[in-house]
Design a protein around this ligand. Structure first.
Ligand SMILES: C[S@@+](CC[C@H](N)C(=O)[O-])C[C@H]1O[C@@H](n2cnc3c(N)ncnc32)[C@H](O)[C@@H]1O
Length: 263
C-alpha cells in the first residue's frame, strides 16, 4: 500500500491562493500565518494530508501544498539575480548529473542553482559551491537550510578564477561575470568526458567563454538560449500572455576531451 504522509509540525508548506499569492511557511502548532485574505491556523492543517484545502479567518480557501524544488527557488531570499527554472532545467540536463555526482559551482549567489544541483545529486553526491561575497553566502546558507539540502552543499569562500581545489569532478556549472577565466582550472578539475555548463546574460561573455573552451581540449561545445512563453488558457481567448520575461541568459555547454596519451 502507498504510504501517504500527513503534514507534521515543523514541515514546510506552500499555502496556495493564486500564482501571485502563495506563501512558503513552516507549520507550527498553536500558531497562525497572516495574509491579506485572513489568517490560517496551522492546527487546521497539521495532521491532514498535503493538498488539503483550508479556510482562512475570512473564509478564503487556501490549498496546503507540499513545496517542490521550484517553490524553494522562487521563494528564495535573494540579493543577486537567481536562476529561472527554465534555465535550471536545461543546465541540469546538459550537465549530465544525477544521484551521486560530484559538482563544482560558482558563484553561489542566493543558492537557487545550488539547491537544484543538490536536489539532483543527493543523497550521496556533493556540490562544492564557490562565492567571493560572504553576505551572499550567508543568504545561500539560509535558503539551502530551508530546502533541507545544506548537508549536500559545501559553501566555499573562494575566487574560482584563482583555481579549483577538487579533482575528477563530474560537472562544473558557472554563473558569474567572467566564466572564461575559469576554463583552464575547469579543464584540470573535470574528469574525462565531464561537463562544463556556463550561464551568461550577454552574448559577449558567451563568445569569450566559447573561445576559451576552444583553446582547451573541449568537445561538443554548444550555446543556446531558452525562451519560455506562458499561455493564457481561456476558452475562446487562448493566446500567449501579453507580458513575458524576454531574456535571462545564454547557456554554453561542453565536454572534456582527453588526448590519446591521457586516455
Ligand atoms: C548571478 S549570481 C549567481 C546566482 C546563483 N546562480 C543563484 O541561482 O542564486 C553571481 C555570483 O557570482 C559571484 N562571483 C562573481 N565572481 C566570482 C568569482 N570569481 N568566484 C566566485 N564567485 C564569484 C558573485 O558574488 C555573485 O554572488
Amino acid at each position: 500500500m502507498v504510504k501517504r504522509r500527513s503534514i507534521q509540525e515543523g514541515d514546510n508548506v506552500l499555502l496556495y491562493l493564486s500564482r501571485k499569492n502563495s506563501y512558503l511557511v513552516r507549520a507550527e502548532k498553536g500558531k497562525t500565518f497572516h495574509t491579506h485574505r485572513g489568517y490560517i491556523n496551522f492546527d487546521d492543517v497539521i495532521g491532514c494530508r498535503f493538498g488539503v484545502t483550508t479556510n482562512s479567518s475570512l473564509n478564503v480557501e487556501f490549498v496546503a501544498l507540499k513545496p517542490t524544488l521550484r517553490d524553494y527557488i522562487f521563494k528564495a531570499q535573494r540579493k543577486t539575480q537567481i536562476m529561472y527554472p527554465k534555465d535550471v532545467a536545461l543546465i541540469v540536463m546538459f550537465s549530465g548529473i544525477g544521484s551521486g555526482s560530484r559538482v563544482v559551482e560558482a558563484g553561489t549567489g542566493a543558492g537557487a542553482l545550488s539547491a537544484a544541483l543538490a536536489f539532483y545529486v543527493k543523497p550521496n553526491g556533493r556540490v562544492y559551491s564557490y562565492e567571493i561575497r560572504s553576505q551572499f553566502q550567508e543568504i545561500a546558507r539560509k535558503n539551502l537550510t530551508k530546502a533541507q539540502l545544506e548537508d549536500i552543499v559545501e559553501l566555499k569562500s573562494k575566487d574560482i578564477t584563482l583555481g579549483i581545489d577538487e579533482e575528477n569532478v563530474d560537472a562544473i556549472i558557472l554563473d558569474l561575470a567572467t566564466p572564461w577565466l575559469v576554463i583552464p582550472h575547469a579543464y584540470s578539475a573535470l574528469t574525462g568526458s565531464g561537463s562544463l555548463v556556463s550561464f551568461s546574460p550577454t552574448i559577449d561573455q558567451s563568445v569569450k567563454t566559447v573561445e576559451a573552451l576552444e583553446q582547451r581540449n573541449f568537445a561538443d561545445i554548444v550555446t543556446f538560449e531558452c525562451i519560455m512563453r506562458r499561455m493564457q488558457i481561456v476558452r475562446g481567448k487562448t493566446r500567449p500572455e501579453t507580458l513575458m520575461t524576454g531574456h535571462t541568459g545564454y547557456i554554453t555547454s561542453a565536454r572534456k576531451a582527453l588526448d590519446r596519451n591521457d586516455g
